[in-house]
Ligand binder design. Structure first.
Ligand SMILES: [Zn+2]
Length: 372
């Protein structure tokens, strides 16, 4: 087997071809910039034809690479007797990273970027640099915007967090980015030998027509979300899954998850099975008290239903802006898995895969017992 066959996820088009080779049914959800299809795959064969499908989605935030790889591994060997839907990668352009996506725009799909100065040079040559201050450059090239940081820029600590906090404070920048997706380089600490301009880089940022700044796990409640969000929203609405696993990663070095289970009074046995199995396999759990300092949230906004299982406080209803919250409006219990990124990628993939498989096992047991 070639490297690309063993690691098809390092490029979106190859990942999609690899899912096709599994014999799953492809569903075209939408097309984003550069004629890039956003697709889902359906495993139709089922011992439970009366049950709605289980949906597994990944890749909303490119640097959270473990989710895309774990979803792929589960698609390869589902081990689950029900119908399954996979959204292999929610942000194809961000997943491919700045090198590949910028390279496609400028007709050099194998482009390699040597560093910040090279990136800025390419921005100037092929687009308009709209921001260049203190080692941070933003350019519009073709239909997209691109970001680069000099190596000593403080934004490198967490590129996605930094830029999402920075843009709203700069009205001129908000204005020029309205309606655009900004591709963000990865954080060097999480690149693990990869280029920060390569695959699994930083999480793409979207600025909507009203000037609101967010990412691809936001805007689910918006009237005009980016196409990546609109596609997943209508697919979920149409397919009506009872259960959703949306695979993400988080601060820290341990496993946890968000869920809307408490809002639907269903699924506490599923998250317990997930957490218990993760612990039994030797992966530690992130208690809410240790996660809170990383989050910029009021004290009572989140409650802990079980060790490492976080929920919005039912006393404070939130707008359904993230996919896991939107799930409530279609009656689906969503488990938003969150592996801590301060671990090697292989470890994070294992923890995520183990958690989802444990959840699927529990759902199968529920079905066999005649429960929803
Ligand atoms: Zn995420």
């Amino acid at each position: 087997m070639s490297f690309h066959e063993q690691h098809p996820y390092t490029r979106y088009d190859r990942l999609i071809e690899a899912y096709e080779r599994l014999g799953l049914r492809k569903v075209e959800l939408a097309t984003t910039h550069l004629d890039t299809p956003i697709v889902a795959f359906s495993k139709d064969e089922t011992e439970f034809p009366e049950r709605p499908p289980v949906l597994i989605a990944a890749g909303a935030h490119a640097e959270e690479a473990a989710g895309v790889i774990a979803a792929w591994r589960i698609a390869e060997r589902p081990g689950f007797p029900g119908r399954m839907l996979f959204v292999p990668c929610r942000d194809p352009l961000g997943w491919d990273g700045i090198e590949r996506t910028l390279g496609r725009i400028i007709g050099e799909p194998e482009l390699k970027i040597a560093g910040h100065e090279h990136a800025v040079g390419l921005f100037r040559e092929h687009g308009d640099v709209v921001w260049d201050r203190n080692g941070m450059a933003i350019a519009i090239v073709g239909p997209l915007a691109f970001l680069s940081f000099a190596p000593d820029h403080p934004g490198n600590r967490d590129t996605g967090e930094y830029i999402q906090a920075y843009i709203p404070e700069q009205p001129e920048l908000v204005d020029v980015l309205k309606g655009r997706t900004l591709l963000v380089p990865g954080s060097p600490a999480h690149a693990e030998g990869r280029s920060v301009y390569g695959w699994g880089g930083g999480p793409s940022v979207y600025v909507d027509e009203t000037g609101r700044v967010g990412n691809f796990n936001r805007f689910f409640a918006a009237e005009k979300p980016p196409v990546e969000v609109a596609a997943l929203r209508s697919f979920a609405l149409e397919q009506r899954p009872d259960w959703i696993f949306d695979l993400h990663e988080n601060f820290g070095d341990r496993f946890g998850m968000y869920t809307n289970s408490a809002f639907l009074s269903r699924g506490d046995d599923v998250y317990r099975a997930m957490i218990d199995t993760v612990i039994a396999k030797g992966f530690p759990i992130m208690p809410l008290a240790e996660l809170m300092p990383y989050l910029n949230l009021p004290e009572q906004a989140i409650i802990e239903l079980y060790p490492g299982v976080y929920s919005a406080n039912p006393k404070r209803r939130l707008p359904p802006d993230a996919f896991g919250v939107y799930a409530s409006s279609i009656g689906a219990v969503c488990f938003t898995t969150e592996m801590g990124m301060e671990r090697p990628l292989a470890y994070r993939v294992d923890a995520t895969e183990i958690a989802v498989r444990a959840g699927l096992k529990r759902i199968e047991e529920r079905w066999k017992a005649g429960e929803r």
